[in-house]
Design a binder for this molecule. Structure first.
Ligand code: ADP
Ligand code: MG
Length: 650
């Protein structure tokens, strides 16, 4: 470091700034200016002379068209935008004619803003801001909103914000332009105090009173700068005010995620009513989507639930009824064997009602002659496979087998109802029953059957026995148990498997295909709701985009201010993007909550079990966030492109 670096805070050599080309406006022409540490320089000149342009160049908000500018000995031409932003955030304090305070934040929060783009933790920020507020004599107003303050007080808040972190230079553009003479005097007194503390001050003004108080005066006309003698003493010695340390290394500006989030949230909640309306489209859209999907799932589950496994795995085959009743020969005797060869058949058995004429059934070993012993019970003939096909549960003894049927053994299995009537509880003593005049040995008693409940009250005898004893002409029905999902295919194959000669002779009762149940749930109404939800989301996206754009235009001054305190274009863009994305996320969360509530409420009314997609609570905010991000992109780009110089001109 050479001595010059510490002596001059800023040094301009032949700086020119030209706007446009035809015709070119020469706002600054060959400006030479050196400001020593601790000086208080007033820049005067008529309107349009180039004062603000000079201030913007000095503040690194604008670059000269030609010439050289050193800030604290650093050639500013060598700095990139990020480093220039870092310079503004740490070493330059801006004070504007129109204060540029954020209206929805307290005095303290406005002053704390000074540190947001220094990428440092929030620790001690409050205390540093309070100290700066105390310096300008506003400690009693720290929690006020700027709208409650007088013009002079507002400007003191702006000065406090500029003081946080002890900058090398205070740059003031017409700081008393909006103030009455009393407030102007107060502010000038404050400048004097700050100057006495060692702050270097450059004040642009067209007021003679303000210029007179400075330690030095320069005058601009048509972009040309000249020194004006005002007979003041040389600058004071520098004191506690910082200067850039190290070998001209400039820290870049930056912002922590936490600060960025805080700023975005504060920006959103500045207008809560508008925020709510902006989110409405997303909320309605997500609600419609979550509710529609949830309800169709819930309803679908309901139908599938009723559609139980027992019914879904049962086929019953009978002969088709003709003009003279069902054809007794429609089903071949070996139907169960043929069916068992089909893929997916678990069990198959025939079941036929046996015509026993007027015969009654009686238990043969009844001790009490007075009790009623003869019953009008139904007798059914079955092939052995039937017991498995109806999922019979044996209470005692056993069911008959193929051998019993082939030999036409006179054996019987009793349904629990029939056994109770006949007074038979066990097969240990080899009980027998009489059907008409023929005796049958009871070999088993059933506890229950899952299908064909008629069997519960029946006497069941082997098919072969029924053919011999009662001239059974053919099986009345075949009951088939299939694997889950196989029923419909087996039902299709059955007619050809049993009656290749005349498939039409059979009537097949098979369960409805599950696929068709699902399709039935996807009703037209659901499609309409989904479309409506999608449409709402589009409207919501347009709403967020539109409102973000409006707020970018409204907050032009704020954007300019943020740039002056060290924000880069990217920081500005990310803040608006984060605001629109957060709106989308909050909308998504609210929508998901509402949608779930609707599903639960409808389920409660319908006595359904609500079925919710477990990913909905995560997906909905994500969808909302993406919509917010996309719709905020264009406004954020607009905000990023905004030149701070332009922002302050308005
Ligand atoms: P002052 O602050 O002294 O009133 P300015 O520095 O704002 O003057 O402007 C100096 C001259 O440069 C004016 O003629 C103004 O119209 C012109 N000027 C400033 N900024 C721009 C710009 N961005 N584009 C075109 N002309 C500009
Ligand atoms: Mg100006």
């Amino acid at each position: 470091m050479n001595t010059q670096q510490s002596e001059y805070v800023l040094k301009l050599e032949k700086v020119c700034r030209q706007f446009g080309t035809e015709p070119a406006v020469h706002a600054l022409v060959d400006v030479d200016l050196r400001v020593k540490r601790g000086e208080w320089v007033a820049v005067t000149g008529p309107s349009g002379a180039g004062k603000s342009t000079l201030l913007n160049v000095i503040g690194c908000l604008d670059r000269p068209t030609s010439g050289k500018y050193w800030f604290e000995g650093i050639d500013t031409a060598s700095l990139n935008d990020n480093e220039r932003a870092g310079l503004r955030s740490r070493h330059i304090g801006f004070i504007f004619q129109s204060f540029h305070l954020l209206p929805h934040r307290s005095v303290l929060e406005n002053v704390m803003l000074a540190e947001v783009y220094r990428k440092q933790s929030v620790q001690g920020r409050r205390e540093r801001a309070l100290e700066a507020i105390k310096k300008v004599g506003l400690a009693h107003r720290a929690d006020f909103l700027p709208t409650k303050l007088s013009g002079g007080e507002k400007q003191r808040v702006a000065i406090a914000r500029a003081l946080v972190g002890s900058p090398s230079l205070l740059l003031c553009d017409e700081p008393t332009g909006n103030l009455d003479s009393k407030s102007t005097g107060d502010i000038l007194d404050l400048f004097e105090d700050l100057n006495a503390l060692g702050y270097t001050i450059v004040v642009v003004t067209h007021e003679e009173d303000v210029a007179k108080r400075a330690s030095r005066r320069v005058h601009i006309i048509d972009g040309k700068l000249t020194e004006v003698a005002n007979g003041k003493t040389t600058p004071r010695k520098s004191s506690d005010v910082a200067s850039i340390k190290g070998n001209g290394k400039v820290s870049r500006s930056g912002v922590t995620l936490r600060d960025l989030l805080d700023e975005a949230i504060a920006g959103m909640f500045a207008r809560p009513g508008r925020m709510a309306l902006t989110m409405l489209g997303i909320v309605i859209g997500i609600t419609a989507l979550v509710a529609t999907l949830g309800l169709s799932r819930t309803a679908g589950n309901q139908i599938l639930g009723q559609f139980d496994e027992l019914a879904a795995t049962e086929i019953v085959i009978t002969g088709k009824a003709g003009p003279n009743g069902a054809d007794p020969h429609a089903i071949p005797w070996d139907a169960p064997a043929r069916l068992r060869r089909l893929n997916g058949v678990v069990a198959a058995g025939t079941l036929s009602g046996v015509d026993i004429g007027n015969a009654l059934v009686s238990a043969s070993l009844v001790k009490d002659p007075k009790s009623q012993t003869n019953f009008n019970l139904s007798v059914q003939a079955a092939s052995p496979g039937l017991f498995k096909a109806v999922r019979a549960d044996v209470l005692t003894g056993r069911v008959f087998d193929d051998g019993n049927s082939q030999r036409a053994d006179r054996v019987a299995v009793l349904g629990p109802g029939a056994a109770q009537k006949l007074g038979i509880v066990s097969v240990q003593q080899l009980p027998a029953i009489a059907i008409g005049d023929k005796l049958y040995l009871v070999i088993g008693i059933l506890r229950d059957v899952k299908r064909q409940p008629d069997l519960l009250g029946s006497v069941i005898i082997p098919e072969g026995t029924a053919r011999q004893d009662f001239r059974l002409a053919g099986p009345g029905a075949v009951v088939v148990e299939t694997k889950i999902g196989a029923a419909s295919l087996i039902a299709k194959q059955t007619p050809l498997a049993l009656r290749p000669d005349n498939p039409g002779a059979l009537k097949i009762a098979a369960p409805q295909e599950p696929q068709r149940v699902k399709d039935a749930v996807k009703s037209d109404l659901n499609v309409m709701f989904l479309l409506l939800g999608g449409l709402s989301l589009i409207v919501g996206a347009i709403g967020i985009g539109n409102i973000t754009l409006v707020s970018v235009i409204e907050r032009t001054g704020e954007i300019g201010l943020r740039r002056s305190i060290g924000a880069t274009r990217w920081h500005i863009a990310s803040q608006f993007l984060l605001e629109s994305t957060s709106l989308g996320i909050i909308g998504g969360i609210l929508g998901a909550g509402l949608g779930v509530l609707i599903v639960v409420a409808v389920s409660a009314v319908q006595v359904w079990t609500p079925v919710l997609d477990p990913s909905a609570p995560f997906l909905a905010p994500a969808v909302g966030g993406i919509i917010g991000l996309l719709s905020g992109t264009y406004p954020a780009m607009r905000a990023a492109r905004l030149e701070p110089v332009e922002a302050f001109r308005n």
